[in-house]
Write a protein that binds this ligand. Sequence first.
Ligand SMILES: O=P(O)(O)OC[C@@]1(O)O[C@H](CO)[C@@H](O)[C@@H]1O
Ligand SMILES: [Mg+2]
Ligand SMILES: [Mg+2]
Length: 282
Amino acid sequence: MADLWQDAMDHAVAIARRAGEVVREALQDDRKVMTKSSSVDLVTQTDQKVEQLIIQSVKYKFPTHSFIGEESVAAGEPCVLTDRPTWIIDPIDGTTNFVHAFPFVAISIGFSVNKQIEFGVIYSCLEDKMYTARRGKGAFCNGEPLQVSDREDIKQSIIATEFGSSRDPEAVEKIFSSLRNVLCIPVHGVRGAGTAAINMCHVASGCVEAYYEIGIHVWDVAAGSLVVSEAGGVLMDVEGGAVDLMSRRIVAANSRTIAERIVKQIDSFSPLRDDAPPPQTL
Ligand SMILES: O=P(O)(O)OC[C@@]1(O)O[C@H](CO)[C@@H](O)[C@@H]1O
Ligand SMILES: [Mg+2]
Ligand SMILES: [Mg+2]
């Protein structure tokens, strides 16, 4: 039977590749940096340009589809996932890396229907690696199938995480407490690419056993969640139980055993949900 969303997925791959060219070209120029929620939450004109490039091209081809885009939400668009076909876009995952030319930068596009991710496309544009996943059909990097690692012993594993962009002392305290707990299991190492999307691709590729973070947004992890699960991995909330992509918390691991072990080490907290109603102004 023909795949209902094949056309959309092909378009996502093509537009992610085009967006990657724009990002690579922009790396040659001066990058004017602006800030959003805090002085370390960075955005550039390239983030905004790439998001518009993706949204305009999708609107032209699929005029009835909806969008959740990082920079559109920052500009005041709602961040609500409905049952409608919805493109969940992070135009540059790893803006801080992009600003500093640290070589992990991704374009991340997840596509959801009935609140289920149907496909995920992550283009790691400085490595020229195109990660794709279609629900029920596997995950791939440049066309080669991906498989998570089969290590069951967390003491022999590498774990990925990030420090995020919150500098709220209570959150920072908990992030460091979790990091200490994980590091001292002990694990072989802790790594972070500086982008949630690429960290999840690393889980899917088998070079790290798990990635966890509190503070991510739905656009950071929508595509990556399917790349991980289609590569045989598992997703979990940081307190165990089902992951909720709007909750800003995630554990993505090669196995339930490793995910549950990570959960035990996490000093959890709950940032404001992505779909929380905007605060009332009097
Ligand atoms: O802002 P960007 O570059 O799209 O997102 C980058 C990022 O820092 O956001 C998450 C934390 O909020 C991290 O996992 C991820 O690496
Ligand atoms: Mg991001
Ligand atoms: Mg971004």
